[in-house]
Design a protein around this ligand. Structure first.
Ligand code: PLP
Length: 342
């Protein structure tokens, strides 16, 4: 029986085309700037996102960290969402390694930050205060139901940042999902940010890697930051080769993941005792209502016995993430199993 793994879009295995490209990749020492495949991957990424330059990094966490290190110095402050990945799930790396204070503001249910909240959080020039340096947004917002942020909202935050001499970083781990959900080009969504990180290793299906995109000077600084955190890789073209395939072949199909997520959401909504969160991309959250006779553990175990894996999170919230290894048939099997388990 095929195991249907819905815990995350990071569980995706490289496609046969990726393995072939990795096998054939022309490589060199990327710390010397001599890996032609990494160089090509970086150029493609910058061009796709409408930025001057790009930097290949080992992970999304490393991409966000080196962006923060390049934007901020020790004692600076970065405004972040209190449900953002950077604040919750990256070990506080900005503080631990960069001496940067996170200033968390409440994320609204749609993943946005209130503009007035941001404006109030920006520090005056005063010896008592850290210096406000950066605002971070996340698109799509992982913890806030995978909701995409619109280009119009991002532009508003960018205007506010500029008016106060701050910079804007976007954690766009799933920016291609955002573009697919909003039916716009990715470059529209990142036009107004100073830097953006996106992941190859999630819905795009590549085995390893993320890209940081920005202007050339910023990327030069980020390249230094990448080296000091041990992220200078050598024949990394082996990995970048799969990333190129991901960019060429895997972005247009994300709408299929979103369609399958909608089918799952509709089916789930018909089951008794289930509350389905608003859905807008490939991440579907649901929880059990008070009258449900099942505990979250029973649900996870019951599904596991039927070869289906999902993530149980805090407050009995479950997360299902659709990705390229989940078919229409799998979706029907999941719905049938959920019906039995619930
Ligand atoms: C997964 C994720 C990251 C981190 O990426 P890793 O490659 O797992 O380090 C950052 N931001 C968001 C929104 C993510 O979902």
């Amino acid at each position: 029986m095929k195991v249907i793994d819905l815990r995350s879009d990071t569980v995706t295995q490289p496609t046969p085309a990726m393995r072939e490209a990795m096998y054939r990749a022309e490589v060199g020492d990327d710390v010397f700037g001599e890996d032609p495949t990494v160089n090509r991957m970086e150029e493609m990424s910058a061009e796709r996102l409408g930025k001057e330059a790009a930097l290949f990094v080992a992970s999304g966490t490393m991409g966000n960290l080196v962006a923060l290190l390049a934007h901020c110095g020790r004692g600076d402050e970065a405004i972040v969402g209190d449900r953002s990945h950077t604040f919750l799930f990256e070990q506080g790396g900005m503080a631990a390694l960069g001496g940067i204070t996170p200033r968390p503001l409440p994320n609204r249910p749609d993943g946005t930050l209130d503009l007035t909240d941001i404006e109030r959080a920006i520090r005056a020039d005063d010896d008592h205060f850290p210096r406000s340096r950066l605002i971070c947004l996340e698109n799509t917002h992982n913890y806030c139901n995978g909701t995409p942020l619109t280009a119009a909202y991002t532009a508003q935050v960018a205007r506010l940042a500029r008016a106060h001499g701050l910079r804007l970083h976007l954690d766009g781990a799933r920016i291609f999902n955002a573009a697919a959900a909003l039916q716009v080009e990715v470059r529209e969504l990142v036009r107004d940010v100073d830097s953006v990180m996106f992941c190859l290793s999630k819905g795009l299906g590549a085995p390893v890697g993320s890209l940081l995109c920005a202007d050339g000077d910023f990327i030069a600084q980020a390249r230094r930051a990448r080296k000091v955190v041990g992220g200078g890789m050598r024949q990394a073209g082996i990995l970048a080769a799969a990333g190129i395939v991901a960019l060429e072949q895997m972005t247009d199909r994300l709408v299929d993941d979103h369609r399958r997520a909608r089918r799952l959401a509709e089916g789930l909504a018909l089951l008794p005792g289930v509350q389905v969160a608003p859905l807008s991309s490939n991440i579907l959250y649901f929880s059990l209502s008070a009258e449900s006779s099942r505990t979250p553990e029973q649900v996870v175990e019951g599904l596991e016995r039927r070869g289906i894996r999902l993530l149980g999170r805090e407050n009995g919230r479950f997360r299902i993430v659709l990705h390229c290894w989940i078919s229409d048939e799998d979706v029907e099997r999941v719905l049938a199993a959920l019906q039995q388990v619930l």
